[in-house]
Ligand binder design. Structure first.
Ligand code: CMP
Length: 140
């Protein structure tokens, strides 16, 4: 089925100047970018996004990292978009990511891991709504 998923290009990848290379991977895989914006997250916006991880020991570092520089958030649309994006990204820990995935090619560590992608239909719906109004999503 055609799905939508939320993707974030994280501060490490923005800092490496590989926004375009990462977006190209989505497009080459048949995903369409139907919304996109660059923004600088503050503690409240990043903490709310990752609220499910609030009790995890890495939460403070995660929020600190996600507010360390600009991010590019996008809505990707296409057949099987949620799983397809997760395949393109590779494992959360870049050391475990398959060769040729975004994290294998651009990420340094489990914290600075280049991209985020929604992990289920439920989180995709919540995460898209967290960053975008309906009129900011341009279906084609
Ligand atoms: P992301 O997919 O954005 O979701 C939560 C993020 O927390 C994850 O990517 C990692 O960058 C970061 N993180 C740091 N440590 C861990 C850990 N032990 N397990 C999972 N995620 C972690």
């Amino acid at each position: 089925a055609v799905e939508r998923t939320l993707s974030i290009i994280k501060p490490d990848a923005v800092g490496k100047n590989v926004i375009g290379e990462i977006l190209t991977r989505f497009e080459k895989a048949g995903l369409q970018i139907v919304a996109a914006k660059m923004l600088k997250l503050d503690d409240e916006k990043a903490g709310g996004f990752y609220a499910e991880h609030k009790e995890r020991p890495f939460f403070g570092d995660l929020v600190g990292f996600m507010t360390s520089g600009p991010v590019v958030v996008q809505v990707l649309e296409g057949e099987n978009a949620i799983a397809k994006n997760r395949e393109l990204m590779g494992a959360t820990n870049p050391k475990e990511a398959d060769a040729g995935t975004i994290r294998a090619d651009f990420a340094e560590s489990i914290d600075a891991n280049a991209v985020h992608g929604s992990d289920s239909a439920e989180s995709a719906a919540r995460e898209i709504d967290y960053f975008f109004n309906a009129e900011e999503i341009c279906a084609r």
